[in-house]
Design a protein around this ligand. Sequence first.
Ligand code: GLV
Ligand code: MN
Ligand code: MN
Ligand code: MN
Length: 428
Amino acid sequence: LAILAVSCSGQSVQVDGNKVVDTLTRLANFSDHENPAVTRILFSPNDMLARTFVKDLMRDANLIVREDKMGNIFGRWEGSNPSAGVVLTGSHCDAIPLAGMYDGTLGVIGGIEAIAALQRAGYKPAASIEVLMFTSEEPTRFGLSCSGSRALAGALEAEVLESKLDSEGRHFVQVANEVGYGASSTQEMLDATKLAPGQVAHFVELHIEQGPFLEAEGKDIGVVTAIAAPAALEVVFVGDGGHAGGQLMPARNDAGLAGAELALAVERHVLATGSVDTVGTTGTFEISPGAINSVPREARLAIDIRDIDGPRRDSVVAAVLESAREIAERRKVRMSSRVINQDPPASSHDDIVSAAASSAQQLGLSVKHMVSRAYHDSLFMARVAPMGMIFIPCKNGWSHRPDEFAKPEDIANGVSVLALTMARLSGG
Ligand code: GLV
Ligand code: MN
Ligand code: MN
Ligand code: MN
């Protein structure tokens, strides 16, 4: 049942879920960790191999491939009305350390397959249809999420991108230049990447849910109505360190303990909203020097706070920063903090919500309208085009872990819904 067939303009759209899984499995090989774990960091050798793989797939689907200076990769299927705004789909192929093989990749490989299915069906698009692999949705290398889509949407300032360095102290544009993208300056790179007004008429992204609800409720397809507002903070505490034997307790200002208190304060402030929609995570917590016989001199925490309600998320961010100041004062450590990003939520556009829901119904699939609690490049694409997302169930809601899994039949469903949605939006 992994093959789904449906009639579109009198032709039959067929998607083989097992074939998509096979392609995803081949893509998963480009990984810094052994499969099933997938680690694919922006502009690393494996990311570059994955990019070549994706471009070859686009060419095999007779798409015209182009890349911008940020490394966003587009595959274009020219419509009969080439001056109309494009119907764009896409997602990302970078993967956080020890992730799985479906997050993001489904929306790229599935996007190419959706176009191929429409081509096989003899469908002729009016507005051109494009599939896009975004550069660096994940924040792993430079600490900034969605760098490609922020830039495409004109929502990334040069000084913000220049303030982000990788672990070797290098700038995005430097590394981009080394792998064949980039420009002579960050500003020039960003200016060249920004989409022209009206260039994209519709954006729709296919993704695994990364949560448990579709599977638990037995629904085939999620149609996303809004994307929760993500924020990321970094807090650093610095004390005086010292010898774990010689430094008596009253004389210490242990930065590690300040960090531990803050991690607990994040949880407390999040729970205090009383809403399950507020979530907070201290995802990295590094202490140094990191020796059993040394009082921690420095603690560095990266804190992720999200909510579907932007102002409520902002109030939690403010409370966490206030706690950081209070803890630093009481524990006599120095504190610095910075907000890495604090993005508003985004709403899907009714036209895309109804095109996706009608396409699912046409296929006899059950639909749940739902919020995306993960962020996606769609969050930024919503600033320049009507946006929508199609979710499929994933096992136990697991994501960002090696055992992430989606069934071939659910993949066939998602790709088919995407194909029909794009056909509706293109108007061929
Ligand atoms: C993206 O991967 C997210 O953290 O939502
Ligand atoms: Mn992810
Ligand atoms: Mn993703
Ligand atoms: Mn994501």
